[in-house]
Design a protein around this ligand. Structure first.
Ligand code: CTP
Length: 399
């Protein structure tokens, strides 16, 4: 089976006793049609020879960061752009440490730092090294950077000790990469639209009313949709977050601008409305800055409900519409009411009275209310992980 036909995999082999398993990975990937380029770190060459890697991959093996030969043929940036995915196997404790620090001292770390592709790290090391707090800390950072971690497994180690630290078996690694490509292919027929962040409703040119929202949860959902192969548009109000590469990001200020951007980017297969849209706008926005005075009344009028408008629209409604509800009390009752009133497929509700989660935090705790009025309470977790689990559920619903 040519599961990897036309797939380009950059395999980075680091210096560990399990480096020999990487030869098996190359053999399996080649057999299934992959194109493989390899980088051997300096210490990897103590464990396996460049000649054996070159013979199996049928490609030149890269090592030095800047060599005339490397740079003329394929420089470090082109090497990272060439690949569809980067696989680091084995990833030693030293490599994890370098990557978590954003180091670019050799070709392997430079290529990963410069990469805009999915990176899979396969850690392998002695159990004590794996359990060391610094390795744990590095791993936490690497997960936050969005790297995928495979393993390590528990078992007997080459050093004679027993525990977690064994490199995952080649077949399992190859299966995970296969699944990654399979998901991308399956989902790239889907178009997703996400709204995120607050809106600013201007009182005058310098003042506005708004809602509390960091935009983090919506950005994480957009990131995860993109990672899973969706053609993704993110319509976002003002946030401090970095743009996500590879998605169509539209920056807006007001609810009206958000509404127009949403209309411009439909149809979509799924729309996730996570923005904290201001329910009101100023009726007569002042053209010039209002000068200080003893008191002032604001004349507010209702903004259009973007979610409600789209989900109740005959022709514009995406197959799947997901709304959010931030509540301080009666969460279940209000969430169910919103689900039916706004004609959503799901409402993702969180209790914003708990200040350790939700607004601005990296963590969230939500319940998902489904159309059939059933609901599921998810445990407190990082917004990035919650996004992945929401997207997994969306994929299974759409398929
Ligand atoms: N929403 C929207 N457009 C608006 C208002 C809300 O698209 N003008 C969407 C939000 O993105 C979110 C959901 O609707 O998905 C939130 O519902 P909303 O009615 O705004 O909640 P609250 O304002 O909290 O409602 P209430 O004040 O009745 O609790």
């Amino acid at each position: 089976m040519n599961n990897f036909e036309n797939k380009k995999i950059l395999l980075i082999i680091c210096g560990g006793i399990s480096a020999y398993k990487s030869l098996e990975i190359i053999r399996m990937l080649k057999k299934q049609g992959a194109k493989i380029k390899t980088i051997l770190t300096k210490s990897a060459k103590e464990f396996i020879t460049p000649l054996s890697v070159a013979s199996l991959s049928q490609e030149k093996v890269y090592d030095d960061l800047f060599s005339h030969e490397n740079e003329a043929e394929m420089d470090h940036i082109s090497l990272s752009r060439w690949s569809d995915v980067i696989l680091v196997a084995p990833a030693t404790a030293n490599t994890l440490s370098k990557l978590s620090a954003g180091s670019s001292e050799d070709l392997a770390s430079t290529v990963i730092l410069a990469s805009n592709k999915e990176v899979f790290l396969v850690p392998a090391m002695n159990v004590r090294m794996w359990e060391h707090p610094s390795t744990k800390e590095n791993l936490k950072k690497l997960k936050n950077f969005g790297y995928q971690i495979i393993g390590p497994d528990v078992g007997d180690m080459a050093c004679g000790e027993y525990g977690q630290g064994k490199m995952t078996e080649p077949k399992e690694i190859v299966d995970i990469i296969k699944q990654y490509f399979f998901n991308l292919k399956k989902n790239n027929k889907f178009k997703a639209l996400v709204t995120a962040g607050p809106t600013h409703e201007y009182i005058d040119p310098v003042r506005y009313i708004s809602n509390r929202s960091s935009g983090k949860q919506g950005y994480e959902i957009a990131k995860s949709l993109k990672k899973n192969g969706f053609e993704t548009t993110l319509v976002t109000g003002p946030t401090k977050l970095e743009p996500i590469s590879g998605i169509n990001q539209i920056n807006v200020n007001t609810a009206e601008e958000m509404f127009n951007a949403v209309l411009d980017n439909l149809p979509a297969d799924v729309a996730i409305f996570s923005a904290a849209v201001s329910d009101f706008k100023i009726k007569n926005k002042e053209k010039f800055k209002i000068k200080k005075k003893e008191s002032m009344n604001l004349n507010l009028e209702k903004n259009i409900d973007i979610l409600s408008h789209i989900s109740n629209h005959n022709s514009l409604r995406p197959k799947m519409v997901v709304g959010f509800a931030a509540e301080t009390n009666n969460l279940n009752e209000y969430a169910k009411k919103k689900l039916s009133e706004k004609n959503c497929d799901w409402i993702i509700a969180n209790d914003v009275s708990d200040t350790t989660i939700g607004f601005g935090s990296d963590f969230n705790e939500v319940s998902i209310f489904y159309k059939n009025m059933k609901y599921e309470k998810l445990p407190k977790m990082k917004k990035s992980l919650l996004a992945e689990s929401i997207v997994k559920k969306i994929i299974s619903e759409l398929n």
